[in-house]
Design a protein around this ligand. Structure first.
Ligand code: AMP
Ligand code: MG
Length: 419
C-alpha cells in the first residue's frame, strides 16, 4: 500500500518528429499515454475523504440492507398463509421496530406490528401498510391477496456483501460517504493529494494588494490557478512569483521540484527573449514545445524539472485558464491516480452566430440562459471579465463551422472540469 510509483521518463512529453501543429486530441492522447500516477496510497477517515481519489476497489463489508426489513409502518406476516378477499389475522404480542428486533417467531397465520426499518421477524416475509389495515387489540384485518415480499426490502437488494461498492480511481463524493458507511467502512484507502505548485513569472507582475507602477500588472493567474487546483481536489501550493530572470527561476524550480508533484507556471512560455520558462527547460533538454491547434492558446511548454512535470502555461489569463482545463487537468488526474478524465459536455442550441475557419479547435467562454448557450461578447483573450462571466465553455471542433442561432453546439460546464 505504501509503494511509491517510479518517476516519469525524461522524454515523456516528446512529440513524434515532423509534427507541426498538433491537434488537441493528439496532444491529449500523448499526455494520456505518457503520464502515470505519481502519488502513493494512504488511509483517511470518511470525513476527510470527499474529493480524494480512491486507491483500491472498495468491497462492501456488509450487505445493504444487511437484513430484510420493512419499508413501511404496518403489520407483518407470512404471505403464503393468507389468501384473497378479507383477511383477519390474530396479532402476536410485541412488535418489531428499527434497532429493536422482535426476538420470537411469528407463527403461520399470525401477524405482528412492524415499524419502518425493523428487521423482519422469523415467520414474516410481507407487510401491509397501516392505512390498509383495521385493528383492535387482538387482530388485524386487511384485503388480500398480498404479494409475497410486499412493502419489504430484501437483504442485499441494494448491494451484496463483497460486491464492489466504489471503484479504484473514483473521486469521492458526499454520497459515496453514505455508501461507504452503510457498507461498513469508517476509513477509506485514498491516494495522497497531488501537490500542485503554482508559479507566476514576468517582470511586469506584482501581487494584488501592492502598488502597481506604470507598466506593472497585478498577478491574476496565481490566485486563479491555485483556486482551480484546490477545486479539483489537489493540494495547491503557492510558489510565488519570479521576475524574468533565469537564475531566480532556476532556484525556484529546484526548490519546488523537491516539494511538489507537478508545477504550473504562467508566462514566459513562448520562444521570446524573456521567455525563461521555456529557455530553462530547453537547457535541461527536457522541454517540448507543443504547438497545439487551439484557440485560445499559444505554445504549451511541457517539461520535466528534476523529474517533476512542468506545465508552462501561457501568461494570458484566458489562455492559462483554458489550457489548464483542457490539458493540465486530465494530466493531473492521471498523476493523481484518478485515471484519464474527459469532461461531460451537453448539446444545446446556440444563442449566437459564428463562422469559424478549419485548422484549430476553439473554446468560447459561455453560459446557459433560457436553455441556450450564450457566448461572451468578446473573444479577446485578455478579457478576464469574460472568464468571470462564463460558467462553461462552448467547444467548436477542429473543422470549419457556420453556426446560426438555434444550431446545436457542445457546451461543457465548468463543473464537468471539477471546478
Ligand atoms: P507571456 O506569456 O509572458 O508573454 O505573457 C502574455 C500576457 O499575459 C502578457 O500580457 C502578460 O503581461 C500577461 N500575464 C503574464 N502573467 C500574468 C499573470 N500572472 N497575471 C495576469 N497577466 C499575466
Ligand atoms: Mg512574459
Amino acid at each position: 500500500m505504501t509503494l511509491k510509483p517510479p518517476p516519469l521518463s525524461n522524454d515523456c512529453f516528446a512529440l513524434p518528429p515532423g509534427v507541426n501543429w498538433t491537434p488537441v486530441d493528439d496532444a491529449l492522447r500523448l499526455l494520456r499515454d505518457r503520464l502515470t500516477r505519481v502519488v502513493a496510497p494512504e488511509s483517511v477517515p470518511l470525513l476527510a475523504a470527499p474529493g480524494r481519489i480512491l486507491a483500491q476497489d472498495l468491497p462492501a463489508l456488509r450487505a445493504n440492507p444487511a437484513e430484510a426489513n420493512t419499508a413501511v409502518d404496518g403489520y407483518g406476516f407470512a404471505a403464503a398463509h393468507t389468501g384473497g378477499g378479507d383477511i383477519s389475522l390474530p396479532l402476536v404480542q410485541g412488535r418489531a421496530a428499527a434497532g429493536k428486533p422482535f426476538a420470537g417467531t411469528v407463527p403461520p397465520g399470525h401477524a405482528i406490528r412492524v415499524l419502518t426499518g425493523a428487521a423482519l421477524p422469523e415467520g414474516v416475509d410481507s407487510v401491509v401498510l397501516d392505512e390498509d389495515c383495521a385493528t383492535d387489540a387482538h387482530h388485524v384485518a386487511f384485503r388480500g391477496p398480498v404479494k409475497p415480499g410486499a412493502n419489504t426490502r430484501r437483504a442485499g437488494e441494494d448491494m451484496n456483501k463483497g460486491a464492489t461498492a466504489l471503484a479504484q480511481g473514483r473521486r469521492i463524493t458526499p454520497s459515496d460517504l453514505a455508501l461507504a458507511a452503510a457498507t461498513g467502512h469508517a476509513t477509506l484507502p485514498v491516494y495522497s493529494r497531488l501537490r500542485v505548485g503554482v508559479l507566476s513569472t514576468g517582470d511586469e507582475i506584482v501581487p494584488a494588494g501592492t502598488t502597481a507602477a506604470s507598466g506593472q500588472i497585478f498577478d491574476a493567474n496565481r490566485p486563479m490557478l491555485l483556486a482551480m487546483a484546490t477545486r479539483m481536489g489537489f493540494d495547491a501550493i503557492d510558489l510565488g512569483h519570479v521576475p524574468d530572470d533565469r537564475a531566480t527561476l532556476r532556484a525556484r524550480l529546484d526548490a519546488a521540484a523537491a516539494d511538489v508533484d507537478v508545477i504550473l507556471t504562467s508566462g514566459g512560455a513562448s520562444a521570446g527573449d524573456e521567455d525563461h520558462v521555456s529557455a530553462l527547460l530547453r537547457e535541461t533538454g527536457a522541454l517540448t514545445e507543443w504547438r497545439i491547434a487551439l484557440k485560445p492558446g499559444r505554445p504549451l511548454a511541457l517539461g520535466l524539472w528534476g523529474g517533476t512535470p512542468v506545465f508552462g502555461l501561457p501568461g494570458n489569463p484566458v489562455a492559462a485558464f483554458t489550457c489548464t482545463l483542457i490539458f493540465a487537468r486530465p494530466a493531473m488526474d492521471l498523476l493523481a491516480g484518478a485515471g484519464w478524465s474527459e469532461p461531460t459536455g451537453f448539446t444545446v442550441p446556440a444563442a449566437f452566430a459564428k463562422s469559424k475557419k478549419p485548422g484549430r479547435r476553439e473554446y468560447l467562454r459561455a453560459r446557459i440562459r433560457d436553455g441556450r448557450a450564450k457566448v461572451f461578447r468578446s473573444e479577446g483573450s485578455g478579457r478576464i471579465s469574460g472568464l468571470s462571466w462564463a460558467e462553461g465553455l462552448v467547444e467548436l471542433g477542429d473543422g470549419p463551422c457556420e453556426i446560426a442561432p438555434g444550431d446545436p453546439v457542445r457546451y461543457i460546464p465548468f463543473g464537468s472540469f471539477g471546478l
